[in-house]
Structures are given as C-alpha cells and as structure tokens.
Design a protein around this ligand. Structure first.
Ligand code: NCD
Length: 304
C-alpha cells in the first residue's frame, strides 16, 4: 500500500522519470485505450479547503482509470467535521466505503494523521501551508515536457514563498537536480528557513531577491504564485504587498524567447490576462498536465 503524503517520497530521479513517462503516455492515449487498474474500486475525494483543478482533475483521473467516485467538495461545512468529528474518525469510517482517499485539509500534517489510521492509501491534495506533492509532480512533468530537461535550468519562483505549499513541495523536488533557483518575493513572504537549509545541504545554487528587473531576461522558467490571502492574520499586511509582482506583457518582452511561464492557479492579479496568448504562457497546459500526472500516480499506486 502506498500513501502519497510528501514529495520526500519521490526524491529519486528514476522514479520521477517513470512517472513523467507514464503521464506523457496518458497524454497521448485515446480515452478508449486507457487501462482500468482501478476497476471495481471506489475512490473518495475529501476536500476541507476550496479547490477547482486538484479536485476535478483527480475526479476525472479516478473515473478514467475505471474507479467509482464518492466525493464531498466542501467537507469543512457539509461533512461531520462541522459537528466536531476528527480527521482520524472520518478516515476510519471512509475505510469502510472506499479503497483510496484523496484529502485536502487546512492543517499541516493532516494527511499524515489520516494515513496513520488508514488501511487504504491516502493522497495528500494539499495540507494547509505544508505540502502539495501531486502539484509538484505535475509541475516537474510540465517543465520536462516543455523544455525537455530539468538539469541546467534557471528557475525563478515568484510571490508568496512563505505560504505557498506548491513552492514548498516543488523546491524539494528541484533540489535533487542541477538547477539554479531564484527566489523572488516581498521581504515578508520569503521561503521558510528549512528550505534554505535543504538547498545548502544539497549544494544547490540559489539566491533570494525582492526585485525581478534584472532576472526576467535570464530565467528558463518563471513560476508565479498567488499571494495566499487566506493565510494572513491582518488584511493590511496582505494589501501592502499584494501588487508587488505583477507580470505584464511589457515584462514578458524581457524574457527569453524559449522560456516558460508557470502558475499553479488560481491567479488573482499576478499575471495580466493579456499574457495568456503569449506562447510562453504554460499555466493552462500545466493544469491539463495535472490530469495526466494524477492518472500516472493512481496507476502507480494500484498497479501492484
Ligand atoms: C494551489 C493550492 O491549492 O495550493 N492551487 C492548486 O492546487 N493548483 C495554489 C493556490 O491556492 O494558490
């Protein structure tokens, strides 16, 4: 049985290659040819925080591979959590209905707590400001598919590096490659120290910046993120920095011709919609790649 809790389980280039190849195969396969490794199984999606892409791509992947789906899209409000049920009890109970649980929760460590009491696989679809492992895998797949490699790339991560769980997971994956990271954020949203310690331990080239003017022309990947308003205690602190990094067509002009612009989505205002038609804008393709990577992951869990 394989839980997917953290990207730490995937720090192996061979495994990552296998998953990217599998996701790529699914992207080229007609629907009628999809294997059915999940036939006669039931998968539950249990989301305590808002989601569009992660939930819908998982639910599509689950059904594409032959499983039944049971779902609660707003578990915080409509499940028994509203009556005070713990994640442990909900998990134990769902073990009686399903063969796998895809879980999104607002608390760091929630997926690990669920896994500790579960006899069926738990997939972490985001735990607060902790991790978002399946997003990191689809991000890696997107870079590999668009640029043909990971090693040697200059990758900038922009925005809320403090609270962005996609950043926390993706940087851990990238840290096993030979990449250079540029961490661009307002002073108050710098990446947590533990990630800096990891980069140093891995001898990774990295630098922190509060300005991107000199960098836009040099990077191969520009990974934009949303400032995570819901994680702020004071709205004034959010207001003060929410417009610090907004990508406009004028700024995109400074970028390399073959660079790519990524974003886990949803965007608020950090990428001007006028950028969407630029061939370097990869974020909607990235969202689509999420479907193929999640099929690859379910296939990986359930094919012996
Ligand atoms: C992200 C998330 O939920 O962490 N979205 C996603 O899953 N694609 C990013 C965000 O909310 O900003």
């Amino acid at each position: 049985m394989k839980h997917i809790i953290s990207v730490k389980q995937f720090l192996d280039k061979k495994l990552l290659d296998t998953l990217c190849t599998s996701a790529n195969d699914f992207s080229n396969m007609p629907l009628a040819d999809y294997p059915q490794p999940l036939k006669y199984l039931t998968v539950a999606t249990l989301f305590y925080e808002p989601s569009t892409r992660t939930r819908l791509s998982f639910e599509t992947a689950i059904q594409n591979l032959g499983a039944h789906l049971i779902s609660t899209e707003n578990a915080a409000q409509f499940s028994s959590a509203a009556k005070g049920e713990t994640i442990e009890d909900t998990t134990k109970m769902l073990n009686g209905y399903a063969d796998c649980i895809v879980l999104r929760h607002s608390e760091v460590g929630a997926a690990e707590r669920a896994a500790a009491v579960s006899d069926i696989p738990i997939i972490n679809a985001g735990d607060g400001i902790g991790e978002h492992p399946t997003q990191a895998l689809l991000d890696l797949f997107t870079i590999q598919k668009a640029l043909g490699k990971i090693d040697g790339l200059k990758i900038a991560m922009v925005g809320d590096l403090l609270n962005g769980r996609t950043i926390h997971s993706l940087t851990q994956l990238l840290a096993i490659y030979d990449v250079e990271l540029f961490l661009i954020s307002p002073e108050s949203l710098k990446i947590p120290k533990e990630y800096i310690q990891l980069f140093e331990k891995n001898n990774l080239a990295y630098s922190e910046h509060d300005n991107w003017d000199e960098l836009l022309g040099t990077v191969d990947v520009l990974y934009m993120t949303r400032v995570q308003k819901e994680r702020f205690k004071l709205i004034e602190d959010y207001q003060a920095i929410k417009d610090d990094f907004i990508l406009t067509p004028g700024l995109v002009k400074k970028m390399k011709k073959d660079a790519i612009i990524m974003h886990p989505l949803p965007r608020v205002n950090e990428i001007d919609t006028a950028v969407d038609d630029d061939p370097r804008a990869m974020y909607f393709q990235q969202a689509r790649n999420g479907l193929y990577m999640r099929m690859a992951l379910l296939d990986y869990i359930f094919s012996d």
